[in-house]
Design a protein. Sequence first.
Length: 257
Amino acid sequence: MKIEYFVFSGTGNTLLIAREVGERLREKGHEVNYHMIGRNNSFRMSGDSVIGLAFPIAFFSSYPLVLKFIASLPEGRGKKIFMTATMGGSALGAEGKFRKLVRDKGYKPIGSELFIMPGNYNNGVIPVEKNSQLVSAAKEKARAFADRLEKGSAAWGRGIPVIPSMWYKLISSGRSLRFFYRMFPITVDKEKCIKCMRCAENCPVGAIDGSGEFPVINRNICESCQRCVAFCPAHAIEVPGKPAEQYRAMEFEEFSR
């Protein structure tokens, strides 16, 4: 197989799993190419390639950026596709919704897997041992999923469609994310900020203006993916009045390679 693997990751959880799946497939002799989902996407798909999607489950769906990416995929014409998604708890039927989305685009779903990973939000104290156990179990699950993909025995779960379609329309509109931002309004602490502008350069939706002395987050664009929070070298991006430990699944150098 030749796999074109499209990945969106905020704090590194999803990228870690996608790389685990991809490396296992490479061990089996398959070609795997990674593409990060962002504002500007290009679709390199040869006729015989298999498409992989990797993204976080957010609000029992995913971020508007991810939903727009899936909507912009070219017609599948029977091309095979699989999905790996990370989450902090339950997906409440999102698996089946994404299956329908790709089928409606003409793709053939061949497998999906959901992975519970460490939480990104509001960690007063990072539960190091628990997180280590979650990551270890998720990596093992990722390798097993890759083996099933390679053998052709993977399946795309339908899930239980608990959440109605109207909810997905609300998610894709960005309204729910703006509501979330009002609850957790991440801002830049100017006393801590070292003005490196890493946050502005790496925001996947261009929500951070780095043209001034300090970066400024546009709450009408921000999708609360937590990438800026996770990879700020000075831990200068946080929710005022809600101190939390910084979480990331990997260091920035590993994330950006």
